[in-house]
Design a protein around this ligand. Structure first.
Ligand SMILES: O=P(O)(O)OC[C@H]1O[C@H](O[C@H]2O[C@H](CO)[C@@H](O)[C@H](O)[C@H]2O)[C@H](O)[C@@H](O)[C@@H]1O
Length: 242
């Protein structure tokens, strides 16, 4: 494992949420926010001169429910939503979509097997199979078939889940959008994430002269790796103390 160097004070820091800042939990609502996380994010925001953002597959509203005082910008729904500090979330490149029908069709699929869970989103939907891992292949096929009817959506495999998310979104694009903003522009982008959806964000950071940090196991394009969310929090904490 190659431990990342100390975070440069002139870096722009991009953090994923599930499996990166917080441990993976049995269901999306069950994640636990460590007591010291809000304070740590506050200190990081100050240390990096405000150049701190979350880039997550979760909706902005969901992230704000878990981290109500998060001081930085947030790209939610894989970049399909953007919220600047103190502002409401706005849709980015929104395409016409009958999202209620999409949710209903996904619930119909989930009803075919016990243990599947549907997470409806304003710009897509997730089918979770964490409680029934043997259904991974079935869930992949069912969601791929559903995706065929929605050209404006892309099938996104995630941890024990398959998501249909806006095809125009992506964590790379979210990072690029932040890097064009005052306060971020000219800084070295650093992106930490744990999942397949984060690879594009890490690659984008590295193509701009920065680096990616893979959290946990699995193949990655990231230059560096940390073992788990606790190791990431500790790395951030050390940066604040130096
Ligand atoms: O981009 P992220 O911040 O990592 O969000 C990715 C997805 O995370 C959530 O699902 C994952 O975490 C859950 C809680 O730990 C876990 O139960 C689930 O199996 C994981 O796939 C979230 O529910 C999704 O909406 C996000 O897209």
């Amino acid at each position: 494992m190659t431990i990342p160097p100390r975070l440069p004070p002139d870096a722009a820091l991009f953090l994923d949420f599930d499996g990166c800042l917080v441990d993976i939990a049995p269901t999306p609502d069950a994640v636990v926010i460590p007591d010291d996380l809000p304070g740590l994010l506050d200190r990081m925001h100050r240390r990096q001169g405000g150049a701190l953002a979350l880039i997550s597959g979760r909706e902005v509203a969901d992230l704000r429910r878990f981290l109500p005082d998060f001081p930085g910008g947030i790209a939610g729904s894989h970049g399909a939503e953007l919220a600047l500090p103190g502002q409401k979330a706005r849709a980015v490149n929104a395409q016409a979509l009958d999202v209620a029908a999409l949710h209903a069709r996904t619930r119909d699929l989930a009803a075919r097997h016990d243990g599947l869970m549907v997470e409806p989103k304003a710009h897509g939907v997730v089918l979770h199979y964490r409680a029934v891992p043997d259904l991974a292949e079935w869930a992949a096929g069912a969601m791929a078939e559903l995706a065929g009817d929605y050209p404006m959506l892309a099938l996104q495999p995630a941890k024990m889940a398959f998501e249909l998310r806006p095809a125009e979104a992506g964590k790379d694009r979210a990072l690029a959008r932040f890097m064009d903003m005052p306060g971020f522009a000219g800084r070295i982008p650093v992106y930490a994430g744990d999942d397949l959806t984060d690879e594009a964000g890490m690659a984008e950071a590295q193509s701009r002269g920065g680096f990616g940090i893979k959290i946990g196991e699995g193949q990655s394009c990231a230059k560096y790796r940390l073992e788990n969310p606790r190791a990431l929090r500790s790395w951030l904490d050390s940066a604040c103390r130096s």
